[in-house]
Design a protein. Sequence first.
Lengths: 267, 267
Amino acid sequence: MNQFTGPGEPGEMVVPEFPDLPEATVTRLPEYLRALHQLAQSGVETISSETLAAAAGVNSAKVRKDLSHLGSYGTRGVGYEIARLIRQIEQVLGLTQQRNVALIGIGNLGHALAGYAGFVNRGFRVSALVDADPARVGERLGDITVTHIDDLAATVAEKQITIGVITTPASAAQEVADRLVAAGVRSILNFAPCVVTVPDGVDVRNVDLAIELQILSFHEQRRAFDRARRAHADGAADSEGVTLATPRRTGSRTHAPARKARKVVGP
Amino acid sequence: MNQFTGPGEPGEMVVPEFPDLPEATVTRLPEYLRALHQLAQSGVETISSETLAAAAGVNSAKVRKDLSHLGSYGTRGVGYEIARLIRQIEQVLGLTQQRNVALIGIGNLGHALAGYAGFVNRGFRVSALVDADPARVGERLGDITVTHIDDLAATVAEKQITIGVITTPASAAQEVADRLVAAGVRSILNFAPCVVTVPDGVDVRNVDLAIELQILSFHEQRRAFDRARRAHADGAADSEGVTLATPRRTGSRTHAPARKARKVVGP
DNA sequence: GTTTGTGAAACGCTTCACAGCG
DNA sequence: CGCTGTGAAGCGTTTCACAAAC
């Protein structure tokens, strides 16, 4: 449909276009990308929506709709050219340039993320490590030296940071976010278990590990309940009017802050 | 509306009821809970949907709809009793019993999660640490000794594990998932950057840290593009028919695998 | 007056199903 | 024939707006 080129009629100023993607599509593109990189390694050159869907854990209609938003160049009867698709997705996701990430809060989690191999190969570089504890400043992790939060603005400018990752305790998260915003950072990934408030134009994503567990806990709980209910019904059925509760929702999954891939037993 | 009690008419077998919550509501309940715990500490006893909404980063209509699914017992003109609301939410989320978590893959991330304070206070206990590397088996972290993946079934049974957290490399994730399922675990939180396939009745949630960054990167990219576009338009406007692309989507946020709290500049 | 609980409208996302193209 | 691209239908979620309750 589009993909970075305007209509280009004579007598018009043509301004390049940026695809207007549904948010749900944006969250899936990285998943397709991950699957495509895997598939590319196995030497395949072309892929159908059906196969990509299986590799990414979604259905093929979704893949086709999503890719059509990129101005997809699939070939009917054949599929999509993997290499080209990778290039297209990387381009819309802004991964053609390397993005510099600052990690604020060098505790347990900060340490782990600083060494997380999963970032480097996917267009990101942890370029700055920041902490408020003077005792930690100067510490080296890999080839990066921890700097002090008071120098954040300078660090952001010097290292050309575009994304800040907050791995502080919740009590410090809002202040860190404020400082990141003041330093010009417009994208924040917040691991602290709290809501951070930011001005318009700033983008915050939250990952709360305990919340993920709690969501799992709910479904665990419901399964236990259903088992109890079924056992009860088995023992009591055919006696007289048995009231059965908990009609199972038909709905499948949407996307989720963290991605989901739930599968639950049918009734 | 409901909340664990059937209609209870005479002459009927009454079976307890489990509330049928929309998935979107389930993902928000933990966020309300987090906010409520904070608010409870500041001595407030009652809270309006408006205030809770602000604390949880959503809007008040959503809060009221969500809570009404629990068979909400708010008081009109007053609000909700915090202590009671906490109890209700913890009950539907299955947090009244402590849940035992096994961590599989004791690398950087596994270490960090093993020591993550955010779990303990929220109903979860990391009760088992598992790795495939014999060199790591026997290592103690806190008060837990790392056991071998081959003993997973025994560990799960002994420690009464209900949730497995995968922090292995992607290459090992599917096998670990298979073993967890074989050992009877029905809830999996997967940090490995890959899709794991599980049988019906098993619940998998994925957290891919690089994907979160890529989503941020997309919006970063779009902002850069919009700036360029606007600059271009400023310089060229009023000349003749200027084609402006990128109509901004109106949509706000849904929930997300990881939660979101985006705010983006208006046009 | 304030705030809840909720039908109903609006919205976005997913899924269907098939025309169109290779 | 196989697979993409896409209108249109179907669903779930969000938002509106207001009657009911305190």
